[in-house]
Design a protein around this ligand. Structure first.
Ligand code: TMP
Length: 210
């Protein structure tokens, strides 16, 4: 495959979705062939799975069921959207991927990072991102930011308490340490302009070194 698979990770309210949108435009203007997508979702079947996972009424959902549903939606999204784009040589910017499962389900839910990694290995069948941008923000700050954004949907995971979100953050630090080669941290409480500039530099360096 000739494209570049770049993932965006971080706790709630880190601003990664906003920055991803701006980066897609910037990279397109510079002449790169780039698409953006998100997890869970990005294509019809995966969006349907997303609505089951994130439905605020599904309070009975078991942690392993949740992890398996994320992995299932990941598989379908890869097959239908990510792999074809990479085969056409495109840059794929993806809002969340496997590291979200490792941090949220593996660490914060307590299912085990190794256990969740292994079900995801089955789902992704070797397709790891070549670069992952980690939007680093303290969970308290991130949650305050999303609290101020009236347009954002509130989902089942947003309703978890602060200690869950603190664990997600700790989980990300563990995952970042494990995958040092592809992880690049960005201080996400800087201005959107600064964060975007830094992300763009990291991406362009990556594209030029490959
Ligand atoms: P979003 O708010 O970034 O669209 O993501 C939806 C929620 O799903 C968010 O709370 C993070 C969570 N999530 C997981 O718990 N595991 C995963 O594997 C993914 C992709 C997302």
């Amino acid at each position: 495959m000739t494209g570049y698979f770049i993932t965006f990770e971080g706790p709630e309210g880190a601003g990664k979705t906003t920055v991803l949108g701006i980066l897609q435009e910037e990279l397109s203007k510079k002449g790169y062939d780039v698409i953006s997508t998100r997890e869970p979702g990005g294509i019809d079947i995966a969006e349907q799975i997303r609505s089951v996972i994130l439905d605020k009424n599904n309070i009975k959902m078991d942690g392993r069921t949740e992890a398996l549903l994320y992995a299932a939606s990941r598989r379908q999204h890869l097959v239908e959207k990510v792999i074809p784009a990479l085969e056409e040589g495109k840059i794929v910017l993806c809002d969340r991927f496997i590291d979200s499962s490792l941090a949220y389900q593996g660490y914060a839910r307590g299912l085990g990072i190794d256990e969740v990694f292994s079900i995801n290995e089955f789902a992704i069948n070797g397709l790891m991102p070549s670069l992952t941008l980690f939007f680093d923000i303290q969970p308290e700050k991130g949650l305050t930011r999303i609290g101020k954004n009236d347009e954002r949907e509130v989902n089942r995971l947003d309703l978890e308490n602060l200690s869950f979100h603190q664990k997600v953050y700790e989980g990300y630090l563990k995952v970042a340490d494990r995958f040092k080669n592809r992880f690049h941290s960005i201080q996400a409480d800087n201005s959107i302009e600064d964060v975007t500039k830094e992300a763009l530099n990291i991406i362009e360096k990556h594209l030029n070194n490959k």
